[in-house]
Design a protein. Sequence first.
Length: 228
Amino acid sequence: MAFRPLRLLHALLEQDCILCAAPSGDGPFCTGCAGDMPALGEACPRCAGPAPGGAVCGQCLADPPSFDATVALWRYGFPVDRLVLALKYGGRLALARAFGTALAGRVAGRAVDAVVPMPLAPPRLRARGFNQAMEIARALARATGAIVAADRAARVRDTPPQADLPHAARVANVRGAFACTGPVVGQSLAIVDDVMTTGASLDELAATLKRAGAARVECWVVARAWRD
């Protein structure tokens, strides 16, 4: 029997689960593994931190961040933490494609003018060879048709990695680390990154974009770390 066009497309897109290698259709994870990923739970719509009933959390009410909303796929826990590290430090770029495709499903229907990958400082980009946020954003754009606007922002100060610092030092570490390098006036933008921990880097970049005239800035991240 000849394939119909839709059946042929599905056959071409079929792949194996990135975790267990079982058939996963046209998605990066099979049904079983997708169900085992660490769910975010009830989260604040502003920062994606824990919030009973999904209301805006007390921290965001008391000290609102510069970004307007956060969408996160999963909580930063096993096996997401291992996958993120394998992408960032192991160069497994197939994981960026999986993350971007999965994140595209979560942000469907959220209209923005462009997505802005979290920029890396040039020395770190040269050492790593790629920017994981850029790779995730590219995969997301392929799935959604979004515009990747890497020219809108740059990291102008090479700061120590946030993961190496205590939570209290992270805000000061990224202060003044970014510059807006493209037109953003009146635009709605989404910053794409792999992990949101304290949100200090995302907040500083969002503030930079808004000072340059951006109307709205959201954060779209693969995982959100919750402090116990």
